[in-house]
Design a protein around this ligand. Structure first.
Ligand SMILES: Cc1cc2nc3c(=O)[nH]c(=O)nc-3n(C[C@H](O)[C@H](O)[C@H](O)COP(=O)(O)O)c2cc1C
Length: 312
């Protein structure tokens, strides 16, 4: 998720679940090839981690897939779901649902360049192209022409004009049944559902019909949810971590990052929601929000904030 699941966020989330696959923000081929930043940087501890790419040129995507594999990413996911104006102007994201042939060419080129799995994240339709036949034609084209076998489906369509990206995550109705039907019609595919999933019970319901669940906003805003994932879905009770311990485990990482010039607030902003509904949570958030951006702020700010939760 752009601006949200950066490497600091993923490092923190990995402390909360060892098993869930984590995704980067979308990185465009243009940024990777021509940009000055190190868009592929991540910490080894984040594995398994998937890089999400945005683009529409097979050659450029192949080049980026190779870079991603060399950097050690575990999966590359192609974004065919983003409806933002900027992305549409670049002719990628959700509007590519209308160009299944091109998407298949992109995936094939990436598969020729890299051996790690290449997956697709998409919607159930765009604008008035929202019939079930439109969705199955799109998937069928990709499956026939490429080796892509894993699809993450955001269970709502996107309106390409008139709605902001935020509205496009809220206004078009969720249609989980359509995603279930897709799995019935393509049983050989791994189908992961996304959109509006708020808790473990809802995720379990979907898993009666599907192969996986992707949780976006709720995992970010209420990261403690992730502490239940390993025990509930992977039978890994020993991996469950207390959120207080998770915060304390961040201290060495924070110290290391601050030495390299990272601002404290760039790390702690992802930790604000960890104590949701726990006494002291509001003070925890306030202390971090008011102090983490100050000049010279260091790990002491986090230790002080944690005292509102632990009481000492
Ligand atoms: C701030 C923000 C940034 C997002 N950036 C991306 C992105 O880079 N790539 C992507 O595929 N989806 C992105 N999304 C959409 C989410 O991945 C997800 O599809 C959507 O929020 C619905 O799932 P949820 O209800 O679990 O959040 C973003 C969502 C938010 C809130």
């Amino acid at each position: 998720m752009l601006d949200w699941t950066d490497r600091h966020c993923r490092y923190f989330h990995r402390l909360l679940t060892k098993e869930a696959l984590l995704y980067t923000e979308m990185v465009t081929t243009g940024a990777l090839i021509y940009g000055k930043g190190d868009y592929l940087a991540y910490s080894e501890e984040e594995h398994p981690v998937a890089l999400q790419l945005g683009g529409n040129e097979p050659t450029a995507l192949a080049y980026c897939a190779k870079m991603a594999q060399q950097s050690g990413y575990d999966e590359i996911n192609l974004n065919i779901g983003c409806p933002s104006d900027r992305v549409q102007n670049g002719r990628f994201g959700a509007c590519l649902m209308r160009e299944g042939g091109l998407v298949a060419d992109c995936i094939k080129a990436m598969q020729d360049a890299a051996t790690i799995p290449i997956t697709v994240k998409t919607r159930i339709g765009v604008d008035d192209d929202d019939s079930y036949a439109f969705l199955t034609d799109f998937i069928d084209k990709i499956v026939t022409d490429s080796q892509c076998r894993l699809f993450i489906i955001h269970a709502r369509k996107a309106w390409l004009s008139g709605l902001s990206p935020k509205q496009n995550r809220e206004i078009p109705p969720l249609d989980y049944l359509r995603v279930y039907q897709l799995k019935k019609d393509f049983p050989q595919l791994t189908i992961v559902v996304n959109g509006g999933i708020k808790n473990i019970d809802e995720a379990k319901q979907h898993l009666h019909h599907l192969d996986g669940v992707m949780i976006g906003r709720e995992a970010y805003q209420n990261p403690a949810l992730l502490t239940q994932v390993d025990v509930e879905f992977f039978d890994q009770r020993s991996l469950v971590i207390d959120p207080i311990i998770a915060v304390q485990t961040m201290y060495p990482y924070i110290e290391r990052e601050l030495k390299q010039g990272t601002y404290l607030g760039h790390i702690t902003r992802h930790m604000l929601g960890i104590f949701q509904a726990i006494p002291g949570a509001r003070q925890w958030r306030r202390h971090l929000s008011e102090n983490a951006h100050k000049k010279g702020a260091d790990v002491t700010v986090v230790k002080q904030a944690l005292e509102f939760i632990t009481g000492n």
